[in-house]
Write a protein that binds this ligand. Structure first.
Ligand code: UT7
Length: 323
């Protein structure tokens, strides 16, 4: 039996930091409001000459180095983003060229904040069907480019960044304790697309538009969907929740993370939280949380990790991985 094993994790955050106090000078808001309602204190913002691909390339190089491989070893690159460099070709093509990943095929996936989970699921399928042996999966965003910096309802929430993982095929015999992706469950509900959307798009308005969100409604659905899909993946895999070492949730709002953890009866000490200094980096948020977990030595080889995402669409997803 083949499993997809994560062998390297990488991340990159732009140098420029925008604090809540900086935002106080831009819109009618306060550090106190942002911290109390979201848990966010600061976020990273891409420099003018940085794009989603330049962030992705740095995260990917980090993951490649940590996995001990070369660009030519990669068979597949999937990049999840809502903020591509160009309308076409895919941002993944720029990453492929920069990495010298000449043996790979590459494409983008768009599933908003669940994008990394969708991309990881696709990579897992390509590996399990023996189409590829080594995949690079990236979540990368320059959300600052589609945020309306005059809209206090949204501009305080988002940040830029990129996270990446190398996933490799490995033949396993002992299914119970072997490392790898146990399962990933994906969900969507397009009927709710207007609750979190952009005010434009290439075909509709010939623009990229700006982020628009019905925050309270999204919040309500987020806690329900995140806890339901987490429970669903626990039931599907037959794993006990008490055996999960860490929850790695999408980082949108600390109250959402705490609410989900509470519903699942997972103590906050077992939750990776990057939100205070990164904000919501959409598709980059889960791989950046994995990166932080590994970097801080909280996440260790053999740990059972529950990934949990929710975003525009709506899209939501859960995954169980043994590191
Ligand atoms: O990544 C995809 C998933 N995204 C999410 O999950 C985000 C989900 N939503 C949220 O995180 C929260 O709904 C927000 C953080 C966006 C908003 O928090 P809230 O507690 O739901 O606030 P609210 O929207 O109900 O607004 C409460 C008040 C309003 O004023 P009134 O109408 O009560 O007078 C807002 O106008 O807070 C006001 N407000 C602000 N005040 C200061 C909204 N944004 C701000 C702000 N600073 N930045």
């Amino acid at each position: 039996m083949i499993r997809s094993i994560i062998t390297g994790v990488g991340g990159y955050l732009p140098e420029k930091i925008l604090t809540n106090f900086d935002l106080e000078k831009m819109v009618e808001t306060s550090d106190e409001w942002i911290r109390e309602r979201t848990g966010i204190q600061s976020r990273h913002i891409a420099a003018d000459d940085q794009t989603t691909s330049s962030l992705a390339i740095l995260a990917a190089k980090d993951a490649i180095q940590n996995a001990g491989i070369n660009g030519e070893d990669i068979d597949l690159i999937i990049l999840a983003t809502t903020t591509p460099d160009d309308t076409t070709p895919a941002t993944a093509m720029r990453v492929q060229a920069a990495l010298g990943a000449v043996n790979a095929f590459a494409f983008d996936v768009q599933a908003a904040c669940s994008g990394f989970m969708y991309a990881l699921s696709v990579a897992d399928k390509f590996i399990k069907t023996k189409t590829v042996k080594t995949a690079l999966v990236i979540g990368a965003e320059t959300l600052s480019r589609i945020v309306d910096w005059q809209d206090r309802n949204t501009c305080v929430l988002f940040g830029d960044g990129a996270g990446a993982v190398i996933v490799k095929a490995e033949e396993i015999s002992d299914q119970d304790n072997a490392s790898g992706i146990l399962d990933i469950i994906l969900h969507s509900d397009g009927r709710l697309r207007d609750l979190l959307t952009t005010t434009g798009g290439v075909s509709r308005t010939k623009t990229a538009g700006f982020v628009h969100m019905e925050g309270r409604e999204v919040f309500r659905h987020a806690v329900t969907n995140l806890s339901n899909v987490a429970q669903e993946i626990i039931d599907t895999t037959g794993i006990k929740l008490s055996d999960v070492d860490y929850l790695v949730p999408h980082q949108a709002n600390l109250r959402i993370i705490e609410g989900t953890a509470k519903k699942l009866d997972i103590p906050m000490e077992k939750v990776i939280v990057t939100l205070p200094h990164q904000g919501n980096t959409s598709a980059a948020s889960i791989p950046l949380a994995l990166y932080e977990g590994v970097r801080s030595q909280k996440l260790k080889k053999g740990d059972l990790v529950l990934l949990d995402a929710m975003g525009a669409g709506f899209t939501w997803a859960g995954a169980l991985i043994r590191l």
